[in-house]
Design a protein around this ligand. Sequence first.
Ligand SMILES: [Zn+2]
Length: 146
Amino acid sequence: MILYQLRCGKDHEFEAWFKDGQTCDRQLSRKSVECPVCGNRKVAKALMAPRIGASEKNLPAKPQPAPQDMAVMAGTMREHLQAIRAKVEENCDYVGDKFADEARKIHYGETEARGIYGEATDAQHQELVEEGVEVARIPWLPRSDA
Ligand SMILES: [Zn+2]
């Protein structure tokens, strides 16, 4: 199961689960997904990486997970975030609090295009988004003790 962030033609954002990415694309192109706010069927994926949920066979029959499953999901999410962190550290340059400046320079072609990561304040993040600079916020977990 994959959770997608979707957006209707009137800019309402909502989340929906799909069996997989293909199912999502098919349902969107058939206009069989309806905005829960206004009923608009002009729905597209919002710009966001899909979150991978628990594998289908582990899902309980009811949509509401039992409390013990929540702990499993939290554990999976933690591993997932740590994997993201490892990948980012491996492939991207750390620029610390210069993140907003560097992201902007890359966006405007003033410096070599490369993956970077660092810290930005909420206000800086908002400015980058408004300028159309592609940025993603990642919940940054401390390294695993293991
Ligand atoms: Zn809507």
